[in-house]
Design a protein around this ligand. Structure first.
Ligand code: NAD
Length: 283
């Protein structure tokens, strides 16, 4: 609907404080599967085995292999036109903050200004010590430290036929500082809290008051605190624009209120189109 695009563009032009909540759908066009979407699950494993602290404790070998696989996937992916468009918007609008649930580093690769991007679920490229008293962390982790976890070059580890290995604990990545402790992915696992520095920076931004526009892109937004940010934006008078492949009934996010927009389709197509009046054409 052309009228909707025009109305959105007008509102965007006059908006100075813009908040975005980004989810796995943003990276779908880059070839990274979403969680709940079709084919989004890794083999037969339950999510609690793969992505919870209990799962890690029970079988760190499995969890390390899962995240190595995802890191490998992210390393070979390219940012799409939506990542690029949002990075350009950040340059044009200093009052724009993007909160991403993605851990794939694609917004960073698109040169999204780091001070305008908050990663609430961590990153595939971060690892840290499992010993809470230890401060060790690495923020540019790209390779498995031990050969036992290296991906075979000729096989896709995502392929269900590829046999997983039982990597002995001694061969799993260990903290270089406390030696006995295992390293773990720097991801916010199920049941864990968003790191405090991140919530603080977001809180400071929100405390500045009035929000003109809230963009919700490729996320089911049912996980807290992500879902809460939309509510906060509404309370602060934001008009909400949702971009998603699917229409979902009864979804809080998409339950339209006066002045809201819902744009259905692939984010990599819709987002550059929505932002073009402000950022120009994205090649
Ligand atoms: P989700 O998988 O729950 O939801 C994805 C949403 O994107 C759905 O509403 C779906 O309809 C929509 N979508 C799918 N393809 C799309 C496209 N091409 N364009 C626009 N929309 C599209 O993802 P979520 O809400 O981000 O929550 C999942 C959790 O899993 C998050 O915590 C995230 O950290 C993690 N995750 C991250 C990645 C990543 O880093 N790329 C990938 C999978 C899961």
């Amino acid at each position: 609907n052309i009228d909707e695009y025009t109305a959105f563009a007008e509102h965007l032009k006059s908006s100075t404080r813009i908040l975005a909540l980004l989810g796995a759908g943003l990276s779908a066009a880059s070839g990274i599967p979403t969680f709940r979407g079709a084919g989004g699950f890794w083999r037969e494993h339950d999510v609690t085995d793969l992505a919870s602290p209990e799962g890690f404790f029970k079988n760190p070998s499995l969890v390390w292999q899962f995240y190595n696989y995802r890191r490998h996937q992210a390393l070979t992916a390219m940012p799409n036109r939506a990542h690029i468009a949002l990075a350009k918007l950040a340059k044009q609008k200093p009052g724009f903050l993007a909160i991403t649930q993605n851990i794939d580093g694609l917004s960073e690769q698109a040169n999204h200004s780091p001070s305008q991007l908050e990663r609430i679920h961590g990153s595939l490229f971060e690892v840290r010590c499992t010993n809470k008293a230890c401060e060790f962390q690495e923020t540019n982790y790209t390779d498995p430290i031990v050969p036992a976890l290296q991906l075979p070059e000729d096989q896709d580890i995502g392929d269900a036929n590829f046999p997983l290995r039982e990597v002995p604990r001694a061969d799993l990545p260990h903290c270089p500082k406390c030696v006995d402790s295992l390293l773990r992915p720097g991801i916010v696992l199920f049941g864990e809290a968003v790191p405090q520095p991140v919530t603080e920076r977001i809180g400071e931004w929100l405390d500045k008051g009035q929000i003109d526009l809230m963009l919700v892109i490729g996320t089911t937004a049912i996980v807290y605190p992500a879902a809460g940010y939309i509510h906060i934006a509404r309370v602060n008078h934001a008009r909400v624009a949702v971009v998603d492949m699917e229409v979902k009934d009864g979804d809080d996010v998409q339950r339209e209120q006066d002045g809201d927009w819902f744009f259905q389709g692939d984010a990599s197509v819709i987002v550059p189109e929505l932002l073009k009046e402000v950022i120009g054409r994205v090649p």
